[in-house]
Design a protein around this ligand. Structure first.
Ligand SMILES: NC(=O)c1ccc[n+]([C@@H]2O[C@H](COP(=O)([O-])OP(=O)(O)OC[C@H]3O[C@@H](n4cnc5c(N)ncnc54)[C@H](O)[C@@H]3O)[C@@H](O)[C@H]2O)c1
Length: 371
């Protein structure tokens, strides 16, 4: 299982000096991708050089904030740029495979936002192209790179939690605003990929290879109104090959959550401590060895780094963190996580969850990377 090899400091006052070896990056898809373009000022090993979107409006919005970059509506033109070493992809889910394969074939390393792909056919194509070209890929699993989840992982790697005996993760978010903004989200994908990619990635990160899943799916009233393609409410029980167990939930039509809960949470029940990481309140809570509950609340220290001092919920800090981790791994010749093979294994779990919910039975996960 992968470890975070490098997470930069999160002091909002310190603007890091650029590493002379810093890698140039081009962003494809400038809605969520705009966040990365702006966020790269926070880190030293990678810098923005170009942005690409077929929408002139999106390009102009980025140009007004980052006038010195090269902009184009033509992806091929960005792929032809020599100073673009890494391509970061933020197009709608069903387009990721085409865009990743084109970047690999142009000799670029790739950051692809979650979900890496949303069909078996695309998973096979991307895996084949990555192995054939030898290019590297980082899946932009933003939650792993958000401060409380980084702290929780460090504690786990230090052994503070002991053995994880049970894991509980969810991503819950009312999505009418998203269907209005991006209609493809209702009809061009499934929430098992678009939403559950967050908690299922966390499940795989801690429990290791997942052997089997049992899922139920339902459609919320809101999902019905927007005629979503599949269920938008999911509950999943999972067992790892190691025998450890976990539960994942998603709900994309709910009302607002009470403030005690957050949209994304990960609870680890370890043999020596229980811990909870939250997005977006930026709280990490855990029990000390004597049972005292400790809360580390990074919101006021980290709100500029993570949220650009905007309303909380944005992803500046997480995107900066994973881009920096990827660039550093490339520059130092180290592995990165989650890489292509790990991303495909996580896809295989999501795919098994979808089948289990449709067929109403326990489904064994078929790991394409072992084929
Ligand atoms: N936490 C996270 O990491 C996070 C958060 C939100 C969205 N996402 C992911 O980011 C991706 C984009 O989501 P979004 O909300 O920005 O979607 P969006 O629909 O708002 O934006 C997609 C952009 O891609 C552009 N585009 C489409 N085809 C293109 C092409 N061929 N060439 C150039 N540009 C093209 C569109 O014009 C649009 O601006 C999705 O896969 C989504 O799942 C990740």
């Amino acid at each position: 299982m992968g470890f975070i090899t490098h997470i930069p400091g999160t002091n909002p006052v310190v603007i890091p000096e650029r590493d002379p070896r810093s890698l140039g990056l081009g962003v494809l898809g400038l809605h969520e991708g705009r966040t990365l373009l702006l966020a790269l000022d926070r880190v030293s090993s990678v810098h923005a050089v170009a942005g690409c979107d077929v929408s002139a409006e999106k390009v102009e919005a980025c140009r007004s904030e980052k006038p010195d970059l090269f902009y184009t509506p033509d992806y091929r033109e960005m792929l032809a740029m020599e100073d673009v070493r890494i391509v970061a992809i933020y197009t709608p889910d069903p387009m990721h495979a085409d865009h990743v394969v084109a970047a690999f074939e142009a000799g670029k390393d790739v950051i692809c936002t979650k979900p890496l792909v949303n069909s078996l056919r695309d998973a096979r194509r991307v895996l084949e192209a990555g192995r054939r070209t030898g290019r590297r890929l980082m899946v932009g699993q933003s939650t792993r790179f958000f401060e409380p989840f980084v702290r929780q992982r460090r504690a786990y790697e230090r052994g503070d939690l002991g053995e994880v005996e049970l894991l509980e993760a969810h991503y819950i978010h009312r999505m009418d605003w998203y269907y209005e903004k991006s209609p493809w989200a209702a009809t061009g994908t499934d929430w098992v990929f678009l939403g559950l990619s967050h908690p299922i990635d966390l499940l795989c990160w801690y429990l290791g290879p997942i052997a089997r899943v049992h899922a139920f799916g339902a459609r919320s009233q809101l999902g019905g109104r927007y005629q979503v393609a599949g269920p938008d409410v999911y509950i999943v029980n999972a067992m790892a090959e190691s025998g450890r167990i976990g539960r994942v939930m998603g709900h994309y039509g709910c009302r607002e959550l009470p403030s005690a809960r957050n949209g994304i949470e990960l609870v680890l029940y370890g043999t020596t401590s229980t811990s909870q990481a939250q997005y977006h309140d930026m709280r990490y809570r855990y029990t000390a060895p004597d049972g005292t509950e400790i809360t580390e609340d990074h919101l006021y220290a980290g709100r500029h780094y993570y949220f650009n001092s905007e309303v909380h919920g944005m992803h500046y800090g997480e995107f900066a963190n994973y881009a920096e981790a990827f660039a550093r791994a490339i520059l130092d010749g180290n592995p990165n996580s989650p890489d292509l093979e790990e991303g495909i294994r996580t896809f295989c779990v999501m795919d098994a969850v979808g089948r289990s919910a449709r067929e109403g039975r326990v489904v064994e996960v078929e790991d394409l990377t072992r084929g």
